[in-house]
Design a protein around this ligand. Sequence first.
Ligand code: SF4
Length: 381
Amino acid sequence: GQCVQVCPTAALTEVYHTDKVWEAINAPGKYVIVQTAPAIRVALGELFGMEPGTVVTGKMVTALRRMGFDAVFDTDFGADLTIMEEASELIYRLQNGKTLPILTNCCPAWVKFIEHQFPELIHVPSTCKSPHIMLGTIAKTYYAEKMGIDPDSIVMVSVMPCIAKKAEARRPELTKDERNNVDISITTRELGAMIHEAGIEFAKLPDGEFDSPLGESSGAAVMFGTAGGVIEAALRTASEWLTGEPLKEIEFEDLRGMDGVRRAVVKIGDKELKIGIASGLGNARHILEDIRDGRADYHAIEIMACPGGCIAGGGQPYHHGNDEVVKKRREAIFEEDRNKKIRKSNENKEILELYKTYLGEPFGEKAHELLHTHFEERERI
Ligand code: SF4
């Protein structure tokens, strides 16, 4: 039965989707892949009595394997891939006089927001698909080909800190050839419920490792879980590409902090890039109005709909407005980054292999076909 307390409406949706995941796992002939977003590993433990900010990546992987998934991938791989494309797009726009600022694109809630509320800024967002969608696409193309698996037998399940990701996975712009990139998206709370249902004693699990080749990731990728992290990850890579030199200071302190709107100037070689970061849609509105009305001249901005970013997302264990909980999850994200052997997306070997053997150049023709999307002006609501 359901062991996690949820509000009545969310309970209905969440129960419905966990049943779908069990159904897929038990269906003969299906190859069921799961991927977990960066924010999950620093919060899932809370559903099993652990302190907020406990990093449970290894236990989570073991739990997923015992639940019966055929492969356990890391959305962080998708995040590294997103950075390869987004950093290329930023440089392309900078060097070719194209629309600036560029807006990082991985939060579906603000995508909807901008489509309805700021249609005049529709060319601002990066055209990159979000990390879980990119990973789904690559699993059903590159991975399926490499492993000799029929892509139509693959069921891609994503575990997200976010309820809006469920709707994102259904966006027609994000499905290719009538095939979903992500078939079922569940929340951290739903995953917690499934682990309980499976009778797994989470706290006692040994650590497992993500499967290869879509499981390796950099420290930059895990930072997607917190507000400001996506832009920092993009700048680590863009900076190396623009200067042609290894980055000296890997942590961009000026981009970090808990306030809802942050502005910083980042020096890259002889260029100064103006960066804006907003979390919470009220704050996003201010930044977007400034851009629309010509009061701001950012080069790049990041917007996250949830205050604090995905660590405080609507699908996470409830934190009841307790900022301390969010802070601890955030510190855990930075700790994960620091503990990673590689901390820049452009050094992820599995990513480099994917480009070399399959995609070609970042931001090239095949990458565009598979990893980019478009947005549409929608009715103002
Ligand atoms: Fe989802 Fe919130 Fe993260 Fe946006 S910020 S992707 S709405 S969890």
